[in-house]
Design a protein around this ligand. Structure first.
Ligand code: SAH
Length: 370
């Protein structure tokens, strides 16, 4: 309520009840007027608290676009932030600060590790702690006759985040290949500037990787087409085994399936054979059968180790995906298809297959494996 209407209201009340104030030593009008003056001051102060006060330094700096991020003052009106919102600018500056202080952080971390090592060494010398068992020398990688190409010609299809994810997946492949009993000779083809920069930034040791070739060329410039097989979930062919002497191409892309059939179409256009992994023969996936680059790579390594697709899939496909899927028993699958044939009148003789309640069997198996 505005103070003027307050005042009017007060006078109205005062007139009505004036006889009540007669006993007071102040005249009623003076009394009420004083009260109202106090009231007015309070209300005005509340309405515009800093109307006449000078702007705070914070207000001044915001007006001019000056902001402090990580203890450093920046001008948010700088042309390099043109078109960016405050949050985006702050995010960018924080990221820049994180990158700029990387060496410092590494130094602190190394110092901390050195100190810890010294402390431990001292305790070992005093007999408080047992010395750590000597680490075995890294075994030499034993190479299979199966090669892999990760086709990285898709960097322009990916956002920066996806490119980073792609790079991490390649690092993951490398670390699995290093420790696998049988590893695969790997080539990263169409290795362009964008990917190289990401590697330099995140995994500078890539230049020392063993059994991995980083090539700027495309795979068809480097390999004999007849020995290449492009892996794609969209292929009509199924790879029942990984053949010696062949090189399998994995499409180096993270796209959350925006570009459906991308690699399949590319291979067909180039006249290169394609094949999908035989997932459908072992698992009825709830979601699409499209896996990530590192999952496909790891499944290949596991197949070389076990020569068993089902084991390979179960080891690599995330539990979360398996839980939603149905694990297929190949014997029952066979019986099931024979039954279908019999129903169609195509089977030559009656089938003595159990009248399996497939759902029951499947769900039991699913329980056992999850
Ligand atoms: N949208 C892309 C999919 C990328 S998945 C496309 O349609 O091509 C990354 C790569 O993993 C694929 O290019 C393929 O080489 C491999 N891949 C994924 N799932 C696969 C499957 N079920 N069988 C064979 N290769 C698969």
């Amino acid at each position: 309520m505005h103070w003027r209407s307050c005042k009017y209201e007060a006078f109205r009340i005062m007139r009505k009840w004036s006889h009540k104030f007669m006993t007071s030593d102040q005249s009623p009008s003076v009394f009420v007027f004083r009260q109202l003056s106090n009231c007015r001051n309070t209300m005005e102060a509340a309405d515009s608290p800093r109307k006449d006060s000078p702007a705070t330094p914070e207000e001044n700096s915001t007006k001019k676009g000056l902001r402090t991020v990580n203890g450093v003052q920046y001008d948010f009106n700088d042309p390099r932030f043109a078109g960016m919102g405050t949050r985006a600018i702050k995010r960018l500056l924080k990221q820049e600060h994180w990158e700029a202080t990387r060496d410092e952080r590494t130094k602190i971390q190394r110092e901390k590790q050195r100190r810890k090592k010294e402390e431990r060494q001292k305790l070992v010398e005093e007999g408080v702690l047992e010395p750590r068992p000597k680490r075995q020398r890294h075994q030499e990688m034993s190479l299979s006759n199966v090669g892999v190409v990760i086709d990285c010609a898709f960097t322009s299809y990916m956002s920066e985040k996806e490119l980073h994810s792609m790079q991490s997946q390649i690092v993951h492949c490398y670390s699995k290949n290093r420790t696998a009993p049988l590893s695969m000779k790997t080539s990263i083809t169409s290795f362009d500037e964008a990917l190289r920069t990401t590697f330099d930034k995140k995994t500078s040791s890539w230049t020392n990787w063993k059994n991995v070739d980083f090539l700027t060329e495309t795979y068809d410039e480097k390999f004999d087409k007849d020995n290449l097989i492009y892996l794609s979930a969209d292929s009509d062919n199924v790879a029942h085994e990984l053949e010696d002497g062949k090189t399998y191409i994995i499409g180096g892309i993270v796209d959350k399936n925006r570009y459906k059939g991308l690699c399949q179409n590319k291979a067909v256009e180039q006249g290169i054979k394609t094949a999908q992994l035989p997932i459908g023969e072992y698992i009825h996936m709830a979601s699409r059968k499209v896996l990530t680059v590192n999952q496909v790579y790891e499944i290949m390594l596991k197949w070389l180790e076990y020569r068993d697709w089902k084991r390979a899939f179960m080891d690599v496909i995330p539990l979360r995906k398996l839980k939603e899927s149905v694990i297929v028993d190949p014997k029952q699958e066979e019986a099931g298809s024979e039954e279908q044939k019999a129903e169609k009148g195509e089977a030559e003789e009656a089938i003595d297959a159990p009248q399996a309640n497939e759902d029951d069997a499947d769900s039991k198996e699913k329980e056992a494996t999850t």
